[in-house]
Write a protein of this length. Structure first.
Length: 261
């Protein structure tokens, strides 16, 4: 069985000095690809560096996270756009724009909300221009993001750690988009319900590391080595054999990233 982690933050400081261990661990557990998602300009650079250092295993998603839009350095938006434009076309290690989106908890005042939406629009424009898929953070913003997406011609969209509202899942599936779920698939009834509702052809697996989880992952550093547990849980929910789940998710990953694994 081959496993994939489409959403991890390998450039997070919690992983400093631990990357070789994580890479070794991933190989031992048959994780064949992971996408290092970015938060800002600095982590976009770091994600690409990691993808170059661990070619064939690590890939990069570049962009500005909605949690960071209120603290951007001067010209950081413009410099990030330039960086993505420079690397997004020619560098096959760049497989997506992410992590981007909206989150009202990090944009309470009107001018913060406007800036968050402006940055997201810029990221969507980049994805459209570069024909790259988009990895979205959609907490409390699903309908708003669906509305924004309708004005772009995007290759495809991945709704990472989608949890609610499940009423909008048919729209997401109708668009041919993907939903990725991680360790909470093992213990959260809400995420298990999402997995039940999304066809296997639209599902992907992630860890969102270094986010920490509860049982059975309590007190453990989150790494792609958790993915086999997630695949097992998806199989149980859907009543599909584990190896068939792994195979379909791997196919979905290749379709999503367009990389020839
Ligand atoms: Zn994330």
């Amino acid at each position: 069985m081959k496993f994939v982690d489409v959403h991890i933050h390998l450039s997070d400081s919690e992983y400093y000095g631990k990357i070789s261990e994580i890479v070794e661990n991933a190989k031992q557990t048959n994780v064949v690809a992971m996408v290092s998602n970015s938060m800002n300009l600095e982590t976009s650079r770091a994600s690409l560096r990691l993808a170059e250092e661990h070619s064939g295993l690590v890939y990069a998603a570049l962009g500005i996270h909605p949690w960071n839009t209120s603290q951007l350095a001067s010209n950081e938006l413009e410099r990030t756009i330039d960086f993505v434009l420079q690397n997004g076309v020619s560098n096959e290690k760049v497989v997506a724009i992410g992590e981007v989106g909206l989150d009202p908890q990090y944009a309470k005042r009107k001018e913060q909300k406007d800036l968050q939406a402006k940055v997201f629009h810029e990221m969507l424009r980049l994805a459209e221009k570069l024909t790259l898929p988009v990895i979205v953070h959609s907490r409390w913003s699903t309908q708003k993001i669906l509305d924004m997406l309708s004005s772009y011609h995007l290759r495809t969209v991945l709704w990472h750690w989608f949890s609610s509202p499940t009423e909008l899942l048919p729209k997401i599936v109708e668009r041919g988009n993907y939903v990725s779920e991680g360790p909470p698939t093992v213990f959260s009834t809400r995420i298990q319900e999402v997995v039940r509702l999304v066809p296997l052809e639209n599902l992907l697996t992630e860890t969102d590391g270094p986010v920490r989880y509860y049982e059975p992952f309590k007190d453990k550093l989150t790494t792609p080595a958790f993915i086999p547990e997630v695949v097992k849980a998806i199989g149980e929910i859907k009543g599909v054999k584990e190896n068939e789940v792994a195979e379909q998710i791997y196919r979905n990953f290749v379709n999503f990233t367009q990389i020839g694994l």
